[in-house]
Design a protein around this ligand. Structure first.
Ligand code: SF4
Ligand code: SF4
Ligand code: FES
Length: 219
């Protein structure tokens, strides 16, 4: 049986796609790979973030093109977020070192756009305010579920770079404590993995917090 074809629009251009395939596959098949950035192609890196609108009036929103199946009448708007060179983390970070690494820290005008845009419901603006006060454990926790789609940076008129700062805080805290997973100790590695990936969300966050603070897995 012939595959069902649907029409979608990407940045104003109409293309044919096969029902059920992902947006990324549709644009690859249409010979337009440059129209949406791609990284992992597995729903992790956030590089392929797009916003969607539907012709039948359904509410659109933010999606990952590598995970989202096409639907007839879908209109796709890529959100190209330019890559930022990583900023080296530091030992024992504080507000001064964060400010030195990111002079954008105090530019926030508290507009709230970043929190509204975040597909992971991270309280991004509140976290920027916590960064300004040096509440870094809380910041690390806020960004635990960040997929680095860059949307908070994309929408920020003041170019504050919230998620880059959040990642820097997490990396700096991690560097300041010995959280390294021992190589060659498969039993321990497996134990740590199970501990950190607990299926209960609250317990998972609690375990991640405890591990961040002590570098130890509770038995
Ligand atoms: S979008 Fe930018 S200026 Fe607005 S609250 Fe977020 S970080 Fe602050
Ligand atoms: S990069 Fe920003 S918008 Fe994307 S998940 Fe992380 S905090 Fe949310
Ligand atoms: S390409 Fe990495 S999330 Fe889609």
């Amino acid at each position: 049986m012939a595959e069902k074809k649907v029409e979608i629009r990407i940045s104003g251009k109409t293309i044919q796609a096969q029902a059920g395939e992902t947006l990324i596959h549709a644009i690859w098949s249409a010979g337009m790979p440059e129209s949406i950035k791609t990284g992992c192609a597995g729903g992790v890196c956030g590089a392929c973030t797009v916003t969607l609108r539907y012709s039948d009036g359904r509410k659109g929103g933010t999606e990952l093109a590598c995970m989202k199946p096409v639907e007839a009448g879908m209109e796709v708007f890529p959100c190209p977020v330019d890559a930022e060179a990583p900023v080296e983390p530091v030992m024992e970070p504080d507000v001064r070192s964060l400010q030195a690494a990111f002079p954008t820290l105090n530019r926030c005008t508290k507009c709230g756009s970043c929190s509204t845009a975040c597909p992971m419901s991270i309280p991004v603006m509140d976290s920027v305010l916590r960064m300004q006060k040096g509440e870094f454990s809380e910041v690390a926790e806020d960004f635990t579920t960040c997929i680095h789609c860059g949307l908070c940076r994309f929408v920020c008129e003041d170019k504050v770079k919230p998620h880059n700062m959040g990642l820097w805080v997490r990396r700096s805290l991690g560097m300041s404590r010995d959280l390294s997973i021992p190589h060659g100790e498969n039993e321990n590695t497996e134990k740590e993995w199970q501990y950190l990936m607990h299926t209960d969300r609250e317990l998972r966050l609690q375990n991640a917090r405890q591990f961040r603070q002590t570098g130890k897995v509770e038995s």
